[in-house]
Design a protein around this ligand. Sequence first.
Ligand SMILES: C[S@@+](CC[C@H](N)C(=O)[O-])C[C@H]1O[C@@H](n2cnc3c(N)ncnc32)[C@H](O)[C@@H]1O
Length: 258
Amino acid sequence: MASPDPGGPVTRLGGVEQTRTLTPRTAVVWAVLRAELDRRAGEQLTVLDVGGGTGGFAVPLAEAGHRVTVVDASPDALAALTRRAAEAGVAARVRAIQGDGDALAGLVEPATVDLVLCHSVLEVVDDPAPVAAALVAALRPGGAASVLVAGRAAAVLARAMNGHLDVAAALAADPNGSAGPRDTLRRRYDADDAAALLTAAGLAVEEIHGVRVLADLLPAAVADGQPAALVELERALAARPPYRDLAAQLHLFARRPA
Ligand SMILES: C[S@@+](CC[C@H](N)C(=O)[O-])C[C@H]1O[C@@H](n2cnc3c(N)ncnc32)[C@H](O)[C@@H]1O
């Protein structure tokens, strides 16, 4: 069974070859996931994508032969996911469930999941602690979690560089890293906060990477003009503080102890 390889050809179970485009938004996360998929090579994994949206990760994982359940609050996102899975020929391996991340227990059999994804969700839910606890409960002992959250430092810098010093100050001072009621996100994380959230839920954090260390800071002409060099540099900086800690998003890879 092939793992999704965003850096080159992806072999689907049927032998169909496709080339996936590396982007600063996805390359680092796929590199981490690919290592886990390679570790479990030959197994058909049970994957749960909480807040998986339109299936940007779910569909490639299904294309690699895994069984993926997406739980998402949005019926529109799930409809787009279902279309995308059908177009990719993997509808049979993708299940779409409308539901809330912190009510997973009623939707997914506990301790049955090999890999849980929760990308760009913990910053928008009412309370992240029960969602993190639900991720752990869904995992088999030894199963892995891929969690992507918004980074606080990048948001402060971005507001300041755009001239919104008052918003930058509010965001830096707020304990949750939110700029107030008009902010689209309820919270943002530093690496330590995010790791503490997962650790308190019972996960052992194995890796933390920054996603989009540079991508959002560069002029479009540079980002668009040298995409491969940018992805390469993002990958080189992703695990290295202080660069990691300035990234727009933080990716945590964690495991439920066996
Ligand atoms: C920013 S999108 C991220 C989608 C996808 N994970 C990705 O990284 O591309 C957030 C997704 O989380 C879903 N969502 C928000 N709150 C949720 C909740 N409490 N339970 C389940 N899904 C939720 C939204 O419907 C949306 O599809």
